[in-house]
Design a binder for this molecule. Sequence first.
Ligand code: SAM
Ligand code: SF4
Length: 450
Amino acid sequence: MRTFLIETWGCQMNQHDSEHLEGQLRALGLSPAEAASSADLVLLNTCSVREKPVHKIVSRIGELEKLPEPPMIGVCGCVAQQEGEKLLARSSAVAFVLGPGQNGRLAEALRLVEQGRRPVLTGFDARQEYNFEQIFRISSTRGMITVVEGCNEFCTFCVVPYTRGREISRPMEGVLAEARHLVATGLKEVELLGQTINAYRCPETDADFAELLDRVAAVRGLERVRFITSHPRHFSDRLIDVLARHPKVSRYLHLPVQSGSDAVLRRMHRRYSREEYISLVERLRGSVPEVNLSTDIIVGFPGETESDFTRSLELLEQIRFGQVFAFAYSPRPRTPAALYGEQLPAEVVSERLQRLFSLTEQISVELNEAMVGSVVPVLIDGTSRRGESQWQGRGEDNRVINFPRSGAEQLGDIVQVRVDRAGPHSLVGEIVAEDPRHPTRDSRVEHAAS
Ligand code: SAM
Ligand code: SF4
C-alpha cells in the first residue's frame, strides 16, 4: 500500500482527527493520492451530529466499490463509533472501523488487516498523551490543539457524549508544549478545541480554562489564540478577565444558545435560562466591547411552538450576533429528544428556518457595514476564492476579509487592511500603512504600555 486519501465531513474536531490520521499514515511511509481512484487506501472520517451520515457513508462506499481498482476503505469518526460492526456487514470493501476514541491506533488497525482480520476499534480508554509532532497540519498559519475530548453535558438532542465519550481534559503542560511546538514550526495562530472547552480542568494541577488560556496566550512568538466551543453555563468571570487583558486572545467567541425560549432550553437540558445567557453577553461586552459573537440555534426542536420560535428571533434581534449557525432539529440515535412526542413537520421547520436566515443575514450585513472605513490587523491565511490576485485573511474578530495582493506581504503575515465594502459573510478591503488616526488594537495596547 503506497497512497491514501482522507475524506472528512464535520466540525473542527473531525478535521483535526483527520490531521492525526494523516500524520500516522505519512509516518508509515504512505503519501497522499490526488483522488480516490488513484488511492490504495481511503479513510472516510465522518460526523454524525446532524444529517443522515450513515446513508451518506453507505453511498460513498458504493461509489468507491465501483472504481476500476477499488481502494481499501477504513471508516473513522463518529459514524464509526455509532455503527461499529454494522459497517462491516454493509460492505465487504470496509476493511476496518476506527472510532474517534481510538484514532491513535490506525497503524495497529492496518497491521491487523494485513493479518487477514477486519478490526473494529471503538470505545473510549483513558486518554493517552499523543505524539503531537506527528500530526500533519493542513494549514500553514493556524494549528488546532485538542484541549478537552468528549462531553458530559448530555443535551437531550445531542449525540456527542455517545460518539466522543465523556469529557477528558488534557494536562496543561501537554497543551503548552504543543503550542510552543506549533510556534517553532512557524504557525502564528492556535485554535484550542473542545466541545465544552471552558469546562476544562487540568488533571494534574486543577487549573481551569482561564488559567490555561492565559498561559497559552503568553507563549512567546504566538500572535493569536482562539478557542471553540464555549458552553454558556461554564463561562466564568475569570475567563472574561483573561479575554479583556490579553490582546492576543481572539475577539471572536462562539457561544451557542440553541433557543431563546426557556421552556425549550429546559427540555434541551442546557441548564441556563434566556436571562442568564443575556446577562453573560452583557458582562462580556462590558469588558470586551469589540467582541464578535456567533451562536448556534436549533429550529424545530420537538414541541417548539410558534411563540417559542419567536423568542429565538427576538433574542437574535436583541443580541445581534455576527454569525448565526442555524440547524433544523434532527433526531439522533440514543438521545432522549428523539423519543419526545411532538416532532415537528418538515414544512414548519423549513419555513421557520427561512425567517431566521433572513433576519440573521440582515443583522450580519449591518454589523459588517459598520466596519467600513476602519483599519484592522489581518492575518493572511490563504489565497482568496476571488482569484490568485487576492489574499484572504481574518481580523482579530475572525471576520473574513479579501484584499488585493500588494506584493511585499506573505502567507502568515499580519497586515493592516482598510475595510472598503461589506457583505453578509465577508469584507473587502485594501492593505494600508497603519494610519495613526485609526490605530489598531495591538498598537493601542503598545502605546498604552509605553
Ligand atoms: N458543544 C457545543 C455546544 O454545546 O454548544 C456544540 C457542539 S455540536 C457538535 C454543534 C451544534 O450542532 C450544536 O450547537 C447544535 O446547534 C447542533 N446540533 C447538535 N445536535 C443536533 C441535532 N440533533 N439536530 C440539529 N442540530 C444539532
Ligand atoms: Fe452536544 Fe450539549 Fe455536549 Fe455541546 S454541550 S457537545 S450540544 S451534549
